[in-house]
Write a protein that binds this ligand. Structure first.
Ligand SMILES: *Cc1c(COP(=O)(O)O)cnc(C)c1O
Length: 244
């Protein structure tokens, strides 16, 4: 099992390297994030033992369950799931440095209020729904700028870029269109030089589409399956509120 994770991880690193060469981008441009939903802490530790540092959960409950076990292994926690406002107090207990899934002003406002109370700041990415699938979270691309402007007013939240989940499709060009849309949105926002807004990070690309994402400018690749193996739950369990 241990060897399997390390073998898979090395394979993913090779894929990232090849894609960077192919796209003429320096390897240092692209960070690997391990998407650890449903993966037990012991298995996550194996991946961290190879020098990987960036991990992310989709549910506050799982973050909480694995927190103690992972505490002594140095790592950085991001959050990539749909965050309900009633979980805000909870999530701030577990050293999450960036919420990549900020997709509505209501959530931003409540986060800001809590962060003010705790005298903390938090990095965020704005999640954009580039595939136009109703089952996926994220602000509509045309509403992204408006949301960024609103969030920028909240000084405890530091916008670092955008995140998206590409279309699930074997048709590469349709997937690519999602990533291009995110990149275009980033460039449009960047051109405005808004204060308290950085647009450096583009979190896009998963196990099946990391090459396309790197070609289109991704800076954070989020990988679960290709490293830890197939999950038992379908992703709709994490992405579709109606399935809960
Ligand atoms: C599960 C998940 C991933 C990783 O997906 P894989 O296809 O398993 O690599 C990436 N991003 C988000 C938001 C996820 O929920």
């Amino acid at each position: 099992m241990e060897n399997e994770i390390i073998k898979n991880l090395n394979h993913v690193l090779k894929r990232i390297e090849t894609a960077c060469v192919h796209s003429n981008r320096p390897l240092s441009d692209v960070k690997l994030l391990l998407a650890t939903k449903t993966v037990p802490a012991e298995r996550i530790k194996i991946a961290l033992s190879t020098g990987q540092t960036l991990i992310a959960e989709n549910k506050v409950q799982e973050l909480k369950e694995k927190y103690e076990a992972l505490k002594t292994t140095p790592h950085i926690n991001h959050f990539i799931g749909h965050l309900q406002t009633n979980k805000i107090k909870d999530i701030l207990k577990y050293d999450v440095s960036c919420i990549q899934s900020l997709d509505r002003i209501e959530l931003a406002t409540k986060l800001h209020q809590r962060l003010q109370l705790e005298n903390k700041t938090l990095e965020v990415l704005i999640q954009v729904n580039t595939s136009n699938e109703e089952s996926k979270f994220g602000v509509h691309p045309e509403k992204a700028l408006e949301l960024v402007k609103q969030v920028a007013q909240l000084d405890t939240l530091k916008i670092k870029g955008l995140m998206t989940i590409g279309l699930f499709s074997a048709e590469t060009e349709k997937v690519r269109a999602c990533f291009r849309l995110l990149k275009n949105t980033q460039q449009q926002i960047n051109a405005l030089h808004l204060s308290n807004v950085e647009m450096k990070e583009l979190s896009m690309g998963m196990s099946n589409d990391l090459e396309t994402a790197i070609e289109e400018g991704s800076t954070i690749i989020r990988i679960g399956t290709a490293i830890f193996g197939q999950r038992i739950y379908p992703d709709s369990y994490y992405w579709d509120e109606t399935k809960k």
